[in-house]
Ligand binder design. Structure first.
Ligand code: ZN
Length: 300
């Protein structure tokens, strides 16, 4: 962890210290080789990624640097299942936000994971993101802990279909419906409630059931087989890296706890506080893309 320098008592010395500190921070961003050394010293790394890896692709993070909600909390599964207006609002926002999500491109962080996988020392990539950008970048061994937004499932009959096909269905069911909005990470968006009220949410063509994106909503558990696959990978790892996550969601944090309990070295690359800062031997407060690209270049 970085130590802040002690500053002198006079304004001038205080300013000099501040400038020196800023300079150290700026050069540390470029020359910090702690992550390089950490990555070079482990052969089977379990990596856990979060929203901070996708912000550079134009997908906003839910949380600020203190781990607090940046916007309203996301939809809870119970409300989605039981309240018509929550279901309608979810799909109206998702409908508006989809083109931006579908058009998002992988960034340097995703590319760094592809290069790391090719270098052979990334054992397993587990992501809390639901955007599929690791796979679009070319990573082949990815566990989508919280599912994928590009697949939808019927809560009635279990039928699965593509989200892009559902977009066409919703367009056909809502001719002339338009809304201006900004996008959140789960593909939902801010829209005026009067506009939402006129949106016709989708229903399963086969059974009339409710349609849900194939992602783990708040209030739901990660499917057991998916959790087990990730846990097994962690059991054969020699270190754990967290990239771009504040770990405020327990389903991600518990892997850090498991790693810590097993005595594995833990590194975290994240701007801002995380729930596991006191469990990590290395914490890099830097842009995750810059830090990883630099470190991976050294081991590739
Ligand atoms: Zn159905």
């Amino acid at each position: 962890m970085r130590q802040l320098c002690r500053v002198g008592s006079s304004p001038a010395s205080s300013l000099r210290a501040r400038l020196r500190y800023d300079h150290q921070m700026a050069t540390a961003d470029v020359f910090d080789d702690r992550l390089r050394r950490w990555m070079a010293s482990h052969r089977r790394v379990f990596a856990l990624t979060g929203a901070g890896c996708s912000t550079a692709s134009g997908i906003p993070d839910y949380r600020d640097d203190r781990g607090e909600w940046r916007r309203r909390p996301p939809v809870m599964i119970q409300a989605f299942r039981t309240q018509d207006e929550v279901y309608r609002r979810y799909w109206a926002r998702a409908y508006v936000g989809w083109p931006r999500l579908a058009g998002a491109l992988p960034n340097s962080t995703h590319q760094a994971f592809v290069a790391w996988e090719a270098a052979g020392t990334l054992l397993q990539l587990v992501t809390q993101n639901v955007d599929g950008l690791h796979q679009r970048a070319g990573s082949s061994s990815v566990i989508d802990l919280h599912g994928r937004l590009d697949v939808v499932v019927c809560l009635g009959c279990g039928a699965r279909s593509s989200r892009s096909a559902l977009q066409d269905v919703m367009a056909a069911g809502n001719p002339g419906w338009r809304a201006e909005a900004t996008t959140a990470p789960d593909g939902d968006a801010d829209i005026d409630s009067a506009v939402i009220a006129s949106f016709a949410p989708p229903r399963c063509a086969a059974c009339g059931g409710m349609i849900k994106p194939d992602v783990v909503f708040f209030g739901e558990n990660v499917p057991g087989d998916r959790y087990e696959r990730a846990r097994e990978a962690l059991a054969s790892a020699d270190a754990l890296l967290v990239a771009g996550s504040s770990l405020m969601v327990y389903s991600g944090f518990r892997f850090v706890r498991l790693a810590h309990d097993a005595g594995l070295p833990i590194a975290i690359v994240n701007r801002g506080r995380t729930r596991a800062d006191d469990l990590a031997e290395l914490k890099i407060e830097n842009d995750v893309g810059l830090a990883l690209a630099d470190a991976v270049e050294a081991i590739a």
